[in-house]
Design a protein around this ligand. Structure first.
Ligand SMILES: Nc1ncnc2c1ncn2[C@@H]1O[C@H](COP(=O)(O)OP(=O)(O)O)[C@@H](O)[C@H]1O
Ligand SMILES: [Mg+2]
Length: 1271
């Protein structure tokens, strides 16, 4: 289903309008396919307007990703391939859309599709598919997150660590690093200019580019925008039924509820806030119970649109710094308000039997525990089954897989309690649902007396209903089977036939359900809205109020979450589809505007002039639908007109909008018309438009409802009546007219306008949900289904806007690496390169130089003016290419690669031809290199060793010298010491000896003196005695004197000897000293000699080593010579190689010649084979003929033999029995003749036989050749 926009701007395939583009050989491209949308292929041949594309025969659509390399290039995949001829003219711009593959032909994975060099429908499809198969459900397209429904929960993606990861990366990191200054909530005060715009540029958001795409990114950025910059936010989630919108909204909502806990996930919530958060989150399942149902497409399909505004308190952050209090968050969830759109109330009374159900709540009610049922409506509910009520019973699905209606009921009851619906109120709510169920059980039959009237055939059911509603049975019967009509003058009753009565009964059921649903939404809003419930921690009692009571205060920070039905196109489309598609047109308009703003921002950021951006916006469709004379104005007019009908409406609508290019006239059917929406053409069946738009409920039924004892029903109808009266009075119309009441369309338009106005206030972020298959199967992506959704959700159109002036872009650094090969840098761009300073500037300058050079030969023209213009613009980091420029560059690059491939092929072929020589030469070269290497190694080793030796020698010499000097020093010192000691000893000994001698002398002297004294005294005594006359005594004394004298002499002698002895001692000591002196001298000389010997020895070693080095040098010289010789040999080999190459050339010429000859021969052989075949056939024919001939001959021979036998028999008879001699001789003659003849004949036959045999043998091709030639 091509979109309007694509048909206008791009053609049906979403590829770019590349008038300048080219399709080149070997390009990996996409080819359109009836069954698969796009299939990957590879261009293998091009003839003018036709390309031959090789396409892999994939097992199934699932296996299609990128095409493998050609078999010729050595396909390893083993995939079979088919070649298709493609008419290039059937592709927009005559060019096939290119794949984003790497050099191996494998599809590249882009997290952000804006980065894809080739951006078109096919590349978007395959990128999403590849990621889906790799279990990556989220992909970015600029600021839009595309979420493919995985149909299986990737739990790891939604764990708290992931929530924190995105929050930290995009919010808290900046926040805690004080990079962001919070814009204070004064901004929110109405009437004050918002400073949010000023805050943005100063504090740019952390870029999500570096982190994998996720909806958490959207929720974090929305929270950041709201909380830190004070900018109201909205997250618009769209997609078709079952695409995952509701789940995505829930995922975002839960993430935001976590974010508001602050960077530390703290418990900043007081009890009051906790309740608010719980109510906000619980309101989701509650609305799902009443507004969701099982459908063919989704077990939990939301049958209404919803816009939930989460409200945040930013007041507490007014002047605080976020870092001084860990409890602090920039904005706290304070409440929420939901708005609902277009509940599919028709589902109350009708749904498909197969796999479809009505709203969940009815099944929950019927599965409720007995006590609940008794309390709600014992007579009707207790013991009932699905079949007890017609509205629910008509289904094949009794139960949704994995879901228990009973448990759901209990959960719903709890959730109702959370929002304050409990006790009687809850019972009233459930009883109102019972009224709806019971209305379905009424059976209307034609009145037996008059077909135009009807009767209620199920009295019992009517009785139950009357009891339930608190209404009289008869009153109810009348209201259901008659209608009160009011004209200006009178009031009268009109009976209703059975069909109309049933319809109006169903209308009442639908209307009551819708009103109950809206009542529930309102009640939830009362319980969750910040204005009524929120009590800030630090408010100065400013906004404190009791729960549910509205308080006044400054506006809250808002994040709106829109979960709305996507674009719909069925086989038969009714009024509801037009309403849904109108809402999508409105949202698409906003989306387009936002996309354009993004493109503007991108161009600005890159410093690229913003010119020529033309894009399709859908104002024409919006005009057609909502304009003054638009479709819906005409419809309203028709609804207000008495007897308004579909045919008149269509007629008027077509007439009034005849000039609209988006209106499609259906000439076959006058009560249908078509609209060319942005997402495709839709044909509407206008049959029920008037009735659905009026949606009027007969006043009799309204009154019944108004009188009901059920307070919810009665209250809602009372409020509606009041409202209608007020409106009518305001409009000055007559109060009783049903016809002038607000139509569904008017109410819806007002709602939508309000929604759009609300959204306009916000900064919008988009999540596009895609349903990959109808089977709800994981890891399966159906091409056509996905393509349709990509078109419907505006992804393709957003791409178109972003690429309208410059369809392709590439980072400057990538331009340089990819196309560097086609740039002769030496010729161009040198100057700019040298002047560039920063890296970005350098790349920009180089890319500019490269592209100017590479695109020099290509001319680009302005399609409108026809004037020449540049094919590219280089921005700060990216190069922007006009249509066809990048393809041209790719083609040039491919040509370059082809040339190189040809070179490689040439070299390889040459290699194949001269394989042996080349290998021998290579072996020789390797050996030579090996020798050289070895030689070099050895030389290096020797050099190293030599150095080592030299160093060791020098060191040992030095050490030796030092050792020697040290030894000598030591020795001298020892000698000096010993000398000194010896001298000292000697002196000491002499002194001792002297002292001893002196002491001895002294002793002796003293002794002598003592003895002299003694002697003297004895002499005196003796003298005395002599004087006394005694002769004996004298003699005694004289003897004593003589002894004494003798003794004296002895002592003298002794002393003389002692002196002699010590003198000799002295002499000995002196001679000893002289000897020692001499010995010392001798020892020193010996040591010196030893040292000298060692020195000589070391010198000998040194010499030996020098000799070795000499030897090495000689070796080196020898190897050098050898090297020269090898060089010479190499030159000779090269020479011979050259000759060989020459020879090869001649050989190849010869080979070519012989090849040609062999072709000719082959042709000859072929013709010979033909001849041989003919000969063979001829031979077979001849064979057949000869065998026939043989048969004939043998028959002949046999008959001849028989004849002979007969003749012999006749002869015998004649000889034996014939008497007539003459006759006998005649017979004999005849016999002889006959025998001769027979013999001759036999011979002849034999001869002929032999000849035939010979012929058969000799018959050959050449004979035949000749015979043919003759013929
Ligand atoms: N992110 C998701 N991960 C796993 N399954 C999902 C996810 N989103 C949706 N689904 C599945 O798809 C079904 C339909 O999703 P829902 O949000 O109800 O669709 P929609 O609201 O667009 O009609 C869900 O019931 C669920 O089974
Ligand atoms: Mg939904």
């Amino acid at each position: 289903m091509p979109t309007r926009e694509e048909e206008k701007k791009e053609g049906p395939d979403g590829s770019n309008t590349n008038t300048n583009a080219v399709t080149t050989l070997h390009h990996h491209v996409y080819v359109r396919s009836e069954d698969h949308g796009w299939v990957p292929g590879r261009v293998i041949r091009i003839h003018k307007e036709e390309a031959e594309v090789e396409i892999d025969k994939f097992e199934d659509e699932q296996a299609m990703l990128s095409c493998t390399t050609s078999a010729a290039d050595g396909d390893a995949s083993g995939n079979k391939k088919e070649t298709y001829s493609v008419d290039l003219q059937s592709y927009t711009g005559g060019v096939l859309p290119l794949q984003n593959t790497d050099d191996r032909g494998l599809l590249m994975d882009y997290e952000d599709m804006v980065d894809m060099p080739y951006l078109h429908e096919a590349s978007i499809l395959y990128n999403l598919k590849q990621r889906h198969l790799e279990e990556k459900p989220y992909t970015r397209s600029g600021d839009v997150v595309i979420a493919i429904n995985p149909y299986q929960w990737y739990h790891h993606l939604y764990q708290p660590d992931q929530q924190f990861y995105y929050a930290n990366k995009l919010l808290w990191d900046d926040y805690s690093k004080n990079r962001i200054v919070i814009v204070t909530p004064q901004l929110d005060i109405p009437g004050q200019p918002s400073s949010a715009e000023e805050a943005h540029p100063e504090h740019p958001a952390a870029t999500p580019k570096e982190i994998p795409p996720h909806v958490y990114e959207t929720s974090t950025l929305a929270y950041k925008g709201m909380a830190l910059w004070g900018q109201p936010q909205s997250i618009l989630v769209s997609g078709e039924s079952g695409a995952g919108k509701t789940e995505t909204v829930k995922i975002c909502m839960h993430h935001i509820a976590e974010l508001q806990h602050g960077p530390y996930g703290g418990n900043n919530n007081n009890d009051g806030t906790k309740i608010v958060v719980q109510r906000v989150l619980d309101s989701n399942p509650l609305l799902e119970a009443f507004g969701n149902a099982q459908t063919n497409r989704n077990d939990n399909s939301s049958r209404f649109g919803k816009y939930t505004q989460l409200q945040f308190d930013r007041q507490q952050q007014a002047s605080s710094t976020p870092f001084d209090d860990q409890q602090m968050t920039p904005a706290k969830l304070a409440g929420s308000i939901s708005e609902v759109y277009l509940l599919e109330k028709n589902r109350v009374v009708h749904h498909d039997r197969k796999n479809e159900r009505t709203f969940h709540i009815f099944y929950e009610l019927l599965a409720a525990p007995g006590n609940h049922q008794t309390a709600i409506w014992e007579e009707g509910l207790k013991g009932s089954t699905l079949d007890s009520f017609r509205y629910v019973g008509m289904t094949t699905t009794q139960k949704i897989e994995g879901v228990s209606d009973r448990n759901r009921f209990l959960k719903t009851v709890k959730a109702l309690e959370v929002v304050g619906i409990a006790g009687d109120l809850r019972h009233d709510l459930f009883r109102s649902l019972c009224v709806v169920l019971q209305l379905g059980n009424l059976i209307f039959a034609p009145d037996p007396t008059d077909d135009d009237k009807s009767v209620i055939a199920s009295e019992e059911e009517l009785e139950k209903l009357a009891a339930l509603m608190g209404e009289g049975q008869d009153v109810l019967r009348k209201a259901l089977t008659e209608r009160t009509m009011t004209t200006n003058n009178e009031v009268y009753k009109v009976p209703l036939n059975a069909v109309v009565a049933k319809e109006s009964c169903d209308a009442l059921a639908k209307d009551i359900y819708e009103k109950v649903f809206l009542w529930l939404v309102r009640t939830i809003n009362i319980a969750t809205s910040a204005e009524r419930n929120y009590q800030p921690n630090n408010s100065n009692n400013k906004r404190r109020g009791s729960v549910g009571k509205k308080t006044k205060g400054p506006k809250y920070g808002v994040i709106g979450l829109l979960d709305i039905f996507g674009f719909e196109a069925f086989r038969v489309n009714r009024f509801e589809q037009l309403c849904i598609n109108y809402a999508n047109e409105k949202l698409q308009y906003k989306f387009t505007e936002d996309c354009f703003r993004l493109v503007e921002a991108e161009y600005k950021e890159e410093g690229v002039p913003l010119d020529n951006i033309t894009y399709y916006d859908n104002t024409d469709v919006l005009d057609l639908i909502e304009g003054k004379t638009g479709l819906l104005a005409m419809l309203n007019e028709e609804c207000w007109r008495p007897q308004g009908n579909a045919a008149t409406f269509v007629n008027k609508a077509l007439h009034q909008n005849a000039k609209s290019s988006c209106l499609i006239v259906n000439t076959m059917d006058r009560i249908s018309f078509g609209v060319h929406h942005y997402a495709g053409k839709v044909l509407y069946d206008a049959d029920n438009f008037v009735r659905r738009n009026q949606d009027g409920l007969a006043s009799d039924l309204k009154e019944c409802a108004l009188r009901s004892t059920n307070p919810i029903i009665a209250g809602e109808y009372a409020a509606a009546t009041e409202e209608a009266k007020a409106e009518e009075q305001a409009a000055g119309r007559s109060t009783n007219s049903n016809l002038m009441a607000k139509t569904v369309w008017t109410k819806y338009k007002t709602q939508l306008s309000k929604l759009m106005a609300d959204l306009k206030e916000t900064e919008s972020r988009y999540v596009r949900c895609i349903k990959p298959n109808e089977l709800k199967a994981p890891l399966l992506l159906e091409h056509r289904l996905t393509i349709n959704q990509l078109r419907s959700c505006g992804i393709v159109s957003s791409v178109t806007i972003s690429r309208s002036a410059f369809p392709n872009r590439m980072l400057n650094k990538h331009v340089l690496t990819r196309f560097g090969g086609i740039w002769h840098r030496k010729k161009k761009g040198e100057k700019t390169v040298q002047t560039a300073s920063s890296l970005d500037k350098l790349w920009k300058a180089e890319a500019e130089a490269l592209l100017s050079y590479a695109l020099m030969a290509k001319r680009f023209k302005d399609p409108t003016s026809g004037k020449p213009r540049a094919g590219f613009v280089v921005g700060k980091t990216k190069a922007f290419f006009r249509e066809g420029a990048l393809e041209y560059l790719e083609a040039e690059r491919m040509k370059g690669l082809d040339r190189q491939a040809a070179k490689i092929q040439r070299a390889y072929r040459a290699f194949l031809e001269h394989k042996d020589e080349i290998r021998a030469a290579a072996a020789l070269r390797r050996r030579r290199e090996w020798h050289q290497r070895k030689y070099r190694e050895r030389r290096e080793k020797r050099k190293a060793e030599e150095g080592k030796w030299k160093a060791a020698l020098a060191q040992s010499e030095e050490e030796f010298e030092a050792h020697l000097a040290a030894d000598w020093q030591k020795f001298s010192e020892t000698m000096a010491e010993e000398d000194r000691l010896f001298k000292e000893n000697l002196e000491r000994e002499e002194i001792a000896r002297q002292a001893q001698a002196d002491a001895d002398n002294q002793q002796w002297k003293e002794k002598m003196e003592r003895e002299e004294q003694e002697w003297k005294s004895r002499m005196e005594e003796a003298a005395k005695a002599r004087s006394a006359p005694d002769g004996d005594d004298l003699a005694k004394v004289e003897a004593e004197i003589a002894a004494l004298k003798k003794r004296l002499q002895e002592v003298d002698l002794e002393a003389g000897e002692k002196v002699k002895e010590s003198t000799e001692h002295l002499k000995e000591a002196r001679s000893e000293k002289t000897k020692l002196d001499f010995k010392i001298d001798v020892d020193a000389t010996q040591e010196e000699r030893d040292l000298k010997r060692e020195c000589i020895f070391a010198k000998a070693i040194l010499e030996e080593r020098e000799n070795f080095i000499e030897q090495l040098k000689r070796e080196q010289k020898r190897l050098g010579k050898m090297f020269d010789r090898t060089k010479a040999k190499k030159a000779a080999t090269e020479e011979s190689n050259k000759t060989l190459t020459e020879q090869c050339k001649t050989t190849s010429v010869k080979f070519e010649r012989s090849r040609r000859q062999s072709i000719t021969l082959g042709q000859g052989i072929e013709s010979k084979q033909d001849v041989y075949k003919a000969v063979k056939e001829r031979n077979q024919e001849l064979h057949a003929l000869t065998s026939k001939q043989d048969e004939a001959y043998s028959l002949l021979a046999e008959s001849k033999l028989e004849l002979q036998h007969t003749m012999a028999a006749i002869l015998e008879i004649v000889q034996n029995e014939c008497k007539d001699e003459e006759l006998r001789s005649a017979v004999m003659r005849i016999n002889v003749k006959t025998s001769r003849d027979a013999y001759k004949q036999m011979k002849l036959v034999q001869q002929m036989q032999q000849e035939a045999m010979k012929n058969r043998k000799d018959f050959s091709v050449s004979d035949l050749d000749q015979s043919w030639a003759v013929h």
